[in-house]
Design a protein around this ligand. Structure first.
Ligand code: KG4
Ligand code: ZN
Length: 332
């Protein structure tokens, strides 16, 4: 089964052709990162306008690259939420057009289901597994069963992990997205230099909260600036990163204990974080629990993951109709 996947939930216009959820035939992604960097974050109106100008040429190119035509695909899958509404609408409208023109089934896919499915592309990873989704918009712990159904153990109460990285990046004057830069700086700093809080939220064992941590970083920076003290930016980044990772590791380890699952998939843009990768590797070595990180190109937003997630739904007979809508908020 060959599925055309389309993803436009944020600032990447992406199309991919994937066979049976696992074999990538072609993928084309047009990123808008430089456009938004000038504004210090993604500007929704600018993003949707760029999707409109890019979507058709991205889809055309993915067919050329794969040597296929629309007639060769078995279904068309598109992210229908959550995300920026205007951006999502461009992908959903395009996908409906391709479905209508070809007569092929349409599947609306949850963005997070895509991030989870990314681990199965070109890999031997199969559910059941525990999935830690850490992206710019989400921090979630999920149990993924054999049929690729999800049970949510916990989610973020406020800022997502990637959002916290980006906000701390902004506090220290880094261009958007600050996450990868904070990560690089952290490699050179002392993680014990500053005592930042670890919000473990006793009342919601698997929920996350990072806004207090971000405020603590802000307060520390403001205090030192007011006193005209020198700020060791690398130490701030390292101490902040250590606080985020401690919470992610603590909750993941607890979920492994409670569910008895022996595979952990780390998905989403923050799976690129070097500190998190190294903490997870240490965890794997000390416990024998298998930890899987999808390749970096499939950790950030991409259409291959949407085509992959759609396959697991298509084999179960799921299908959307042409009344499919886009949703800024959408539960899993
Ligand atoms: O999954 P993604 O591409 O988009 C969303 O669905 O949100 O994730 C993007 C997020 C951004 O917040 C970015 O700063 C963060 O992932 N990110 C990182 C790193 N690489 C990307 N955060 C920390 N360390 C990194 N190395
Ligand atoms: Zn994402």
């Amino acid at each position: 089964m060959i599925i055309l996947g389309i993803e436009t939930s944020c600032d990447e216009t992406s199309a991919a052709l994937v066979r049976d959820g696992r074999n990538l035939l072609a993928e084309v992604t047009a990123t808008q990162m430089e456009v938004h960097a000038a504004f210090g974050g993604v500007v929704p109106e600018v993003a949707s306008r760029r999707h409109v100008t890019d979507i058709t040429r991205v889809v055309d190119k993915v067919f050329v690259d794969a040597g296929l035509t629309l007639g060769d695909v078995d279904a068309i899958a598109v992210t229908c939420g959550p995300g920026l509404l205007g951006s999502l609408l461009v992908g959903v409208s395009a996908a409906k057009g391709y479905a209508l023109a070809s007569g092929k089934p349409l599947l609306g896919i949850h963005h997070i289901a895509g991030h989870v499915a990314a681990a199965t592309i070109e890999s031997d990873v199969r559910p059941p597994f525990l999935c830690l989704v850490v992206s710019g918009g989400h921090t979630e712990l999920l149990v993924v069963d054999e049929a690729f159904r999800f049970t949510k153990l916990g989610g973020t109460r406020d800022d997502a992990a990637g959002e916290a990285f980006d906000k701390v990046g902004r506090l220290i004057g880094l261009a958007y997205p600050g996450g990868p830069k904070v990560d690089r700086l952290a490699d050179e700093g002392n993680p014990h230099a500053y005592e930042f809080p670890r919000a473990l939220l006793d009342d919601g064992a698997y929920d996350f909260s990072f806004s207090g941590l971000k405020s603590a970083v802000n307060n520390e920076l403001t205090k030192r600036r007011n006193r005209r003290e020198e700020i060791q930016v690398a130490d701030v980044c390292a101490s902040f990163r250590a606080a985020v990772i401690d919470v992610l590791m603590d909750k993941t380890a607890r979920a492994v204990e409670e569910t008895g699952l022996r595979q952990v998939v780390v998905a989403g843009g923050v799976a690129a974080n070097r500190g998190l990768r190294s903490a997870m590797q240490t965890y794997q070595q000390s416990t024998g629990v298998r930890v899987v990180f999808p390749p970096l190109k499939w950790c950030t937003d991409n259409a291959a993951m949407i085509a992959s997630a759609a396959f697991y739904k298509a084999v179960q007979g799921f299908q959307s109709d042409l009344s499919l809508n886009a949703y800024a908020q959408l539960s899993l």
